[in-house]
Every structure is written in C-alpha cells, then in structure tokens.
Design a protein around this ligand. Structure first.
Ligand code: FEO
Ligand code: CA
Ligand code: CA
Length: 523
C-alpha cells in the first residue's frame, strides 16, 4: 500500500473503532505506546490533568497587560507567532463574549447604563501580548511591551479593499471572536461568531432590527448588524486589522488556511448554528484574502457549489450584487441546496493526509446530542477541487467517551487533539450525565494504541476548554479555560471560583500544560 493510503487506512481504523489496532510500523507517524492513563470524567471545580502533565496559569481576565490595557473576557482562539525580528513571540488571543455579572455586577436582563455597556465592549475582541521565557522555562507575559494591545468592540476597523457596507467603509469594533486561523504571511484570522448577541440581526423581510437575546447593545448604538459576522485579519506586529467580506457573513467559527502550489489560499470556514453550512473561499491573489471565489458544501452530491452571483439565476433574482450575496450568505447557500450540518465548528487539516476535519458539535432539534467529527477528502487531494468525498471520523457517545466536539488541533506527529463544548446549562444533565465536565481529548494516531482516545484534561465547573495551541519549539500546550461559573446567579451564588479561592469571582484564563506525557508523545 502507498504510504499515504496506508496512513489514511490506519486513521480510518480509528473512525470505526476505539479498540487498539494491530501494531504497525510507520516511519513518520507517532509510535507512541500509552504508558499514562487518561482521566475519568470529572465534576470538580478544577482544571485537572492526567498523570504525566502539569500546568501553570499564564494570564486571566482582568490582568493588566500594560498601563492602559487589561486582558479581556472569555478567551478562545490562541496563536503564538514569532516576532519579525526573531526575538521572541507574540500571543494573539480571541475574547469571545463576557458575563455582565462579573464585569459590572448586573446579570443579564437587568437594565444597564451606557457606562456598563462601555465596560462590556472592552471585554471582547482580542489581546496581543509579548511572551517571554524565564530562566526556569516558565512562559510569562512581557508587561507593558510596545506590542501589547487590545482590539475591542470600540476599535475602528476598515473593510478590506475600501468596501462600503450601508455607506460605511469601516465598522465600529469586532466582537464574538470565537476561533480563527493563521495565514502563511504571518497574520491572524479572528472570526466573528455569534454577532447577533450584541446588536441583534436585520429582519429579512421588513428590514427592522431583531433585538439581541443577550447583550442589547442595539439600545445604545445603532451600529448595523451587517458590520459584524465577518472574518477579520490582524497583523500581530502592528495590531492593524481589516474585515474581509470575501469569506461571507455568518456565525464564523474559524478560518483555516491551506496554501495551494500556486500560492493562492483556500480558507475553510464553518457557520456554527443548527443546520448551517460549511464554506470555502479560494483567493484570487497570493498573500491576500480580500478577493476570491466562495463556495458552500453539498455533501450528498460531494460538490462545492459556487456562490458567485454570475453563476446562478436564483442568486441574481434574490440579491442585488455579489456583496449582497456575501452579506446574506446563509440565505444564498440555502437557495443553492447547501447541506444543513450539525453546527460546524473548528476545522483542521491533517498534516499527513491533507484531509479536512470538521467538528460537528450537535444538532439537538434533530436528535443529534453527541456530535461527531467529519472528514472531508478533496478529490485528488486538491484543496481547490470542486468535488469531494466525506465520512464520519468519530461519533460522540458512550462508546467513544466524549460529547459535543468543538476545537481541533493536530500535533506535529499527527495525533488529533480536540475539546468538547457541552453547554454550561447541560453539563451533567440528561443525556450528558456520564461525560462530566467539558474536557480535552487526544486521539492517538498509530502504534500499539492507535485510535485510543484519552481524556487529557478536564475543565472547571460550567467551563469549556478552547484555544488549544502547541508552543513553538517545545512540547507545551496552551489551553484556554473559558466561562467558568457561567451558571452563577449572583456574586453571592457563584457556581465556580476558578482559578481563585472559594468565593472569588471566576475568571477565564490561559494555562500552559507540559510534562512527560507530551514529551513522550511528541518525541
Ligand atoms: Fe464560539 Fe462555536 O464556539
Ligand atoms: Ca468554539
Ligand atoms: Ca463552542
């Protein structure tokens, strides 16, 4: 068997069974033999790790990063990028949303002042922080570095190429920054996911504003919903940001970039909502994502459907121009027959096979409570292909021991790491009683324990683990703990105090994980 086909075969073996596969020999994939035992499900208010690992807290919400700025709320996507002078690293972190109770003391639903809303607006967006390693090997932040910056919901951000949306060439702020991606030229993509929770959404028929369920900022500012729901590109060296319309507007979970041989890029992105879709954009130019061709997946036909208005009469009769298609991308996708999916979240490309892995978290109205991880195989392994095959790689449930997969990352040996996102209000409740708190898992790629799934870490109460990134040049894993204590009903009724002592207000934060398990696995 060809090596690629062989590796594909052993990975596929993991899809149909979590039982150990026969011992195989392979030059490039991990030959890890499990000597450490994964965790059982946990329900504690701790960040717990399997034997062979330990962690340090790097930063938490509210920690100052400079004289003027602090670290925002609900950290999600992380990227660690080398500084252009080669001296050290910068850390980009997404801040997805916030808990009003923990920021100004008023829980959701209680009347807010403009001052309260300004405090909330600062908590979302992203942080840029210089990192350094101390002599003892610990990562720490460089307080007050010139690189340290916050981008938030009051930062002016232009649309790329001078595009105007509702007469404005720039948006006020970025928000709902969930997962993201990196470009080959060193910039960061940060994705605006549940944007409608902040300024609401445009009514598709009468054009009125449908109020947001959560933050109600539309009562204070008339910023158009059409200015949010985009993929935003950030230069980590300067903090300069631009919103791309080329990848359309939806609840973008992530933006995963693959470079083609001709140096154009393919960006895969999922729309994290029930029955929404999987998209890809093929850029027109090198080192530039501002223009390209946009497609949506039809799984039944194994086809990428063009979202170019010139290609479809049904688009020409329902949309005024291509920008209108991109602004109302969900409607266009449905008119063309895009496949409804179970909340497509993070996407990663297998470094060995090139297959595209998509986390499908769940689709409760359709009875899919456990979710799955899907594998897309582009025709001829060509990411610009218009056709593909797909299959289910892993299904959540009692047999596999996980439910609701969300963030994905491959390590350098091709092991697949993923986190789960059972919603805070569902943890330990039917049908999720047996899974305990949300967790970080690894699917071992090959060797004597090929396909085994280990629960590596568990989150404190109500939290999910997000933003998993491997450190450059070491066997350390950065992990975000997001929204501990989300179900707290008051400051005197906290459901978590992580990472503080009992009774302290819980805070999202980033931990750095290391130890012999990682050293052995990645050796
Ligand atoms: Fe923000 Fe889809 O997770
Ligand atoms: Ca997510
Ligand atoms: Ca999620």
């Amino acid at each position: 068997m060809e090596r690629r086909a062989f590796l594909d075969f052993i990975l596929k073996g993991a899809a149909v069974s979590s039982l150990p596969m026969p011992l195989v020999s392979c030059a490039t994939a991990s030959m890890y033999k499990v000597t450490f035992k994964g965790l059982d499900p946990q329900t504690t208010d701790l960040f717990q790790l399997m034997d062979g690992l330990s962690f340090e807290l790097l930063i938490k919400q509210g920690d100052p990063i400079s004289q003027n700025d602090h670290f925002g709320s609900n950290n999600d996507y992380t990227a660690i990028v080398p500084k252009s002078d080669g001296e050290g690293y910068l850390l980009w972190v997404n801040h997805e949303y916030l808990n009003p109770l923990f920021i100004h003391g008023k829980p959701s639903g209680v009347d807010k002042t403009l001052e309260d809303v300004h405090l909330e607006m600062y908590e979302v967006g992203g942080s840029l922080i210089e990192l350094t390693r101390q002599d003892d090997g610990l990562w720490t932040i460089v307080y007050d570095s010139l690189y340290n910056k916050r981008i938030h919901a009051r930062t002016r951000i232009p649309f790329s190429n001078g595009t105007a949306i509702l007469g404005e060439t720039q948006a006020i702020g970025t928000l709902a920054n969930c997962a993201g991606g990196r470009t080959p030229w060193g910039t960061i993509l940060t994705c605006e996911e549940n944007y409608d929770n902040f300024y609401g959404e445009r009514h598709p028929v009468d054009g009125s504003i449908i109020p947001s369920d959560e933050f109600g900022w539309e009562k204070f500012y008339e910023h158009p919903p059409e200015h949010y729901g985009w993929v935003v590109e950030v230069d980590p060296m300067t903090g300069a940001a631009k919103k791309h319309t080329s990848m359309g507007r939806c609840s973008h979970e992530c933006a995963t970039v693959v470079q083609l041989e001709d140096e154009r890029c393919v960006v895969y992105t999922g729309d994290d909502a029930n029955d929404e879709h999987l998209y890809k954009m093929i850029s027109n130019k090198t080192n530039d994502l501002s223009e390209g061709s946009l497609y949506v997946a039809n799984l039944e036909k194994g086809k990428w459907l063009s979202l170019n208005i010139e290609d479809h009469e049904v688009l020409r009769s329902n949309f005024t121009d291509q920008l209108d298609v991109q602004i109302r991308m969900r409607e266009a996708a449905k008119l063309l027959g895009a496949s409804p999916l179970a909340r497509p979240e993070d996407i990663e490309v297998d470094p060995i096979t090139g297959h595209v892995f998509v986390a499908l978290t769940n689709n409760k109205p359709k009875g899919d409570y456990m979710g799955s991880i899907m594998k897309i195989m582009e025709t001829n392994d060509d990411h610009s292909s218009m056709t593909f095959d797909y299959e289910t790689f892993l299904t959540g449930g009692a047999e596999t021991g996980f439910a609701c997969p969300d963030n994905l990352v491959f390590d350098k040996k091709g092991n697949l790491w993923f986190t789960t996102d059972i919603s805070g209000s569902s943890i330990s409740k039917k049908p999720y009683e047996s899974f305990g708190n949300n967790a970080l898992f690894v699917v071992l790629r090959s060797g004597g324990d090929n396909g085994e799934i280990l629960r590596v870490a568990t989150a404190p109460k109500d939290a999910e683990l997000t933003g998993i990134s491997f450190a450059p040049e070491s066997n350390e894993l950065f992990v975000c703990v997001q929204h501990p204590g989300e179900n707290s009903t008051g400051l005197d009724d906290l459901s978590s105090s992580w990472p503080g002592a009992f009774g302290e207000v819980p805070k999202s934060g980033i931990v750095v994980v290391k130890g012999p398990f990682l050293d052995d696995l990645l050796a």
